[in-house]
Design a protein. Structure first.
Length: 234
């Protein structure tokens, strides 16, 4: 196990690992615990009472964070004809077809999100082994296979994040940067919380969200009192 640095020990000292903090306290603490020299990313981790072995309990989707992610993503769009022009006008970083697929096959990966129109999936399909493991394969469930490339690019540039359950029923999502003010982090956390809540599978019985933790890149996990997120202070 890696040794903690002095800064990490100091950050851990201000967080009680056995306490469940309310929304305001948790967001304040996660900022205080982010002491690295770079602008740390803040993530939320949900542990859900689901069994991903069953298709109807596999969560996957996307939502736009109201305060953005703090990072401008490079968007690659596979499109042709007038849709190619639309993607360029919307601000896509790279737009094209087979020539981009060939570059990717040769190892080029200078992009964060891939969007494709349905008629280009035959070209994109052969990239599954490369894009799939990295979570970059276009998928209609998260809005990255679409004819509305303008909307897709605008949402991604505006702070759209994807979420997906892992094998243990966990969902990890970026909610911003340590440099964000507390209100922006709370807005983003509430947005993803409500999205995950609405995505609750009908077959799930009893408690749905077992735990919710937020943390910065180098900071300790901070456990939230889920009831304070479900009904935040006015």
């Amino acid at each position: 196990m890696a040794k903690l640095t002095k800064k990490q020990k100091a950050a851990a000292a201000i967080v009680d690992s056995h306490k469940f903090y309310d929304l305001d306290e948790a967001v304040k603490l996660v900022k205080e615990a982010a002491s690295a020299k770079f602008d740390e990313t803040i993530e939320a981790a949900f542990n859900l009472n689901i069994n991903p072995k069953y298709a109807d309990q596999q969560l996957r989707g996307a939502t736009v964070l109201p305060a953005g992610t703090g990072k401008t993503k490079k968007v690659l769009v596979f499109a042709k004809d007038h849709k190619e022009d639309e993607a360029k006008a919307a601000g896509a970083d790279y737009v094209g077809g087979k020539e981009l697929a060939d570059k990717i096959m040769q190892g080029w990966m200078d992009f964060d999100v891939v969007v494709a129109t349905p008629d280009m999936m035959a070209v994109v399909g052969r990239l599954g082994r490369i894009l799939g493991p990295k979570g970059l394969m276009p998928n209609p469930k998260v809005g990255t296979v679409t004819m509305d490339v303008t909307k897709a690019v605008n949402e991604i540039k505006g702070g759209k994040v994807q979420y997906r359950t892992d094998k243990a029923g966990n969902v990890q999502v970026i909610i911003g940067k340590a440099s964000f003010d507390e209100d922006k982090l709370k807005q983003n956390l509430l947005a993803i919380f409500n999205t995950i809540q609405k995505a609750r599978p009908a077959s799930v019985k009893g408690v749905y969200m077992k735990s919710l933790t937020i943390s910065s890149t180098m900071g300790p996990g901070i456990h939230l009192d889920i009831s304070s997120v479900a009904a935040p202070k006015a």
